[in-house]
Design a protein around this ligand. Structure first.
Ligand code: SF4
Ligand code: FES
Length: 246
């Protein structure tokens, strides 16, 4: 496949960026990131600066690899950028590749953004308190199946940030809803349940993410199919927490 790539190049957070055009040949069996690896090898051979982009697991697990591809977070398939294959494109295509666009995710270099805002939201409340000592027996705390299933589904959020990139408001409410639902469904998560939601929503707003107006673009972009109703649970928990005086 012969492809034309329009890629956002930006030397640092402080510098102005611009789109640059490259030609690359790739196989339909390559992943999107392997195609970028080929481009970078060619740029290295020519003595040019390779394109900076993030990746780690390349298995759809770590959430590092988000790119805006032709205006869609993670590209045309509902998966992570590392799991996107070049067979989703055609020979001769022009592909536009940009970093996540969000005030709360400043560009570090080229396609890499700083998603530290998500870490600070988790630090503000995304944990549980447990007694130290020997690990308890696995069946010591029964969890009803429905709660376990819902907690597990919410826990599949990998913190990739596609929901923020897709949202016209730049809101991270789907991410927030997933984390609050994950811990709020489990007995172990009850101790901090009400302070957690207040602290995490406060940190979300402090980081500069926008408010949710139920547009739903986040759900369409989420590679882990986190459902919109985690936002309902977030709002319900927030209302209860405020009623309880948190
Ligand atoms: S909710 Fe989905 S899109 Fe948002 S960070 Fe989690 S996995 Fe990524
Ligand atoms: S590199 Fe880990 S999810 Fe893509």
């Amino acid at each position: 496949m012969k492809l034309t790539l329009n890629i956002w190049r930006q030397a640092s957070t402080a510098s102005a960026g611009e789109m640059k055009t490259y030609q690359v040949e790739a196989s339909p069996d390559m992943s999107f990131l392997e195609m970028l690896d080929v481009l970078n090898e060619e740029l290295n051979e020519k003595g040019e600066e390779p394109v900076a982009f993030d990746s780690d697991c390349r298995e759809g697990i770590c959430g590092m690899c988000g790119l805006m591809i032709n205006g869609e977070p993670h590209g045309p398939e509902r998966t992570t950028t590392c799991q996107l294959h070049m067979r989703s494109f055609a020979d001769g295509d022009t592909i536009t590749i940009e970093p996540w666009r969000s005030t709360a995710f400043p560009v570090l270099k080229d396609l890499c953004v700083d998603r530290g805002a998500f870490d600070r939201i988790i630090q503000s409340g995304g944990y549980i308190s447990v007694n130290t000592g020997a690990a308890p027996d696995a069946h010591a705390t029964p969890v009803p199946k429905d709660n376990a299933d819902r907690a597990f589904d919410a826990a599949t959020c990998i913190g990739c940030g596609a929901c923020v990139a897709a949202c016209p408001n730049g809101s991270a409410t789907l991410f927030l809803g997933a984390k609050v639902t994950h811990l709020g469904e489990l007995p172990q998560g009850q101790a901090e349940r009400w302070s957690r939601v207040v602290d995490m929503v406060g940190q979300h707003d402090h980081e500069g993410f926008g408010g949710c107006t139920n547009i739903g673009e986040c759900v369409a972009a989420c590679p882990k199919e986190i459902p919109l109703d985690v936002i309902s649970q977030l709002n319900s928990d927030l209302r209860t927490a405020i009623r309880k005086g948190h």
